[in-house]
Ligand binder design. Structure first.
Ligand code: ATP
Ligand code: MG
Length: 365
């Protein structure tokens, strides 16, 4: 029998989920869930991590737990196949984090490029909360507690996976083979690795307000698409346009499929022809945006409708989450037992230790 294949991934409850989450991780998770190729799937809402940079806004985190859970179900995550849980309800994760902290240096944390960018984004330079600074270690605890082998995430999570693997190697080297090294699973489509925000400035991120949310109304989606950043040099229709940094084309790279042309833009056979025309000049932004809007509406409407159905029974969703927490906790507790044993802090169930010491002290008399 081969090694178990286990997926773990999650999202911070700092807002509703957006199309960056969808293409970066969520869509893939649902496909993997339905592929039947995985033995266990754990999906969690990272409320404790969200508190590390929202400590004075617990209500925001609390309210967004249900929003994220609704987005999960709307996208097709199925509690019968995936264990969905809330991070803070698994105290074993804190204990693992505490032990892993000894395996990582301050300078190693300081070199984490994602954390560096996030510190700047949040204007934390002079007052970085220790919990925020150390969240890559807590992420290593999340991943290893479930012995995850596969972590489907966006590119911004690469440094977290590297940090996790370093901790696993160090732990196993010092204490013996205990933890599993996870593999990152990035989107195959380059545009989905780090989908930019509608302003074209940074990655789409709940904290930056440059998002198209999965639950946005048809009108909101249209407004967002129509005001999206393109090529500032492309003023008149006949001007040649640039594709680099042109968010509308990045989104087309992420979402457009051949059948969309048949349905919404039959004058063009495919995306390369559309791009070529834009670069030559003679193709206006408005036409491209209308095409993108049609695609986004088609993609998001079923998700929005399914969400509305789930919104009708909120207590059932909390019940589902509670069940998920119970199940997740069992797994995390089993790993923690192994960790404690490896680290020699399992005093009371180590009968040999007690007997050996009893003998030693007796012979000392
Ligand atoms: P916050 O601003 O609170 O950090 P966020 O929008 O960055 O929120 P996270 O909860 O941090 O979202 O990320 C959840 C998952 O979604 C991660 O796997 C992350 O890599 C992925 N992800 C987030 N934003 C994007 C994006 N713009 N493109 C691709 N993947 C993304
Ligand atoms: Mg983030």
């Amino acid at each position: 029998m081969g090694k178990e294949k286990i997926i773990l991934t999650g999202d911070r409850p700092t807002g509703r989920l957006h199309i960056g989450h969808f293409v970066g991780s969520l869509k893939r998770r649902v496909e993997l869930q339905n592929s039947g190729l995985y033995d266990k799937i754990f999906i969690f809402i990272a409320d404790a991590q969200a508190l590390t940079d929202n400590i004075d806004n617990p209500e925001k985190v609390r309210q967004n737990v249900i929003e994220v859970a609704l987005d999960y179900l709307a996208c097709g995550l199925d509690p019968a196949k995936s264990t969905i849980f809330i991070q803070s309800q698994i105290p074993e994760l804190c204990e693992l984090t505490f032990y892993y902290m000894d395996l990582v240096t301050v300078s190693r944390l300081q070199r984490n490029p994602t954390v560096k960018t996030e510190i700047q984004m949040r204007n934390f330079e002079t007052s970085i909360p220790v919990g925020f600074f150390t969240y890559p270690i807590s992420q290593a605890a999340d991943i290893t507690a479930f012995k995850a082998t596969t972590v489907p995430v966006g590119e911004d999570q690469k440094p977290m996976l590297e940090q996790t693997n370093e901790i696993v190697r160090r732990f196993n080297h010092i204490y013996g083979e205990t933890l599993a090294e996870p593999e990152i699973l990035l989107p195959d489509n380059a545009a989905c690795l780090r989908l930019p925000g509608t302003d074209g400035k940074a990655k789409m991120s709940k904290s930056l307000g440059n998002c198209i949310y999965l639950s946005d109304s048809a009108d909101d989606i249209k407004k967002r698409v129509m005001s999206m950043y393109t090529d500032p040099g492309h003023i008149r229709v006949e001007d040649p346009g640039k594709l680099e940094g042109n968010t509308v084309f990045t989104y087309l790279d992420a979402f457009c499929r051949p059948e969309h042309f048949e349905r919404y833009l039959p004058d063009y056979p495919n995306l390369s022809e559309l791009k070529a025309h834009y670069q030559r000049g003679g193709l206006g932004d408005m036409k491209v945006k209308k095409f993108l809007n049609a695609i986004m509406q088609e993609e998001l409407e079923p998700i929005r409708n399914r969400r509305k159905e789930f919104e009708k029974d909120i207590p059932a969703i909390y019940h589902m989450l509670q069940e998920g927490c119970l199940k997740a906790r069992e797994t995390a507790a089993a790993t923690l037992d192994e960790v404690r044993k490896a680290m020699k802090i399992n005093y009371f169930d180590d009968i040999e230790l007690i007997e050996e010491q009893a003998k030693r002290f007796a012979s000392n008399k």
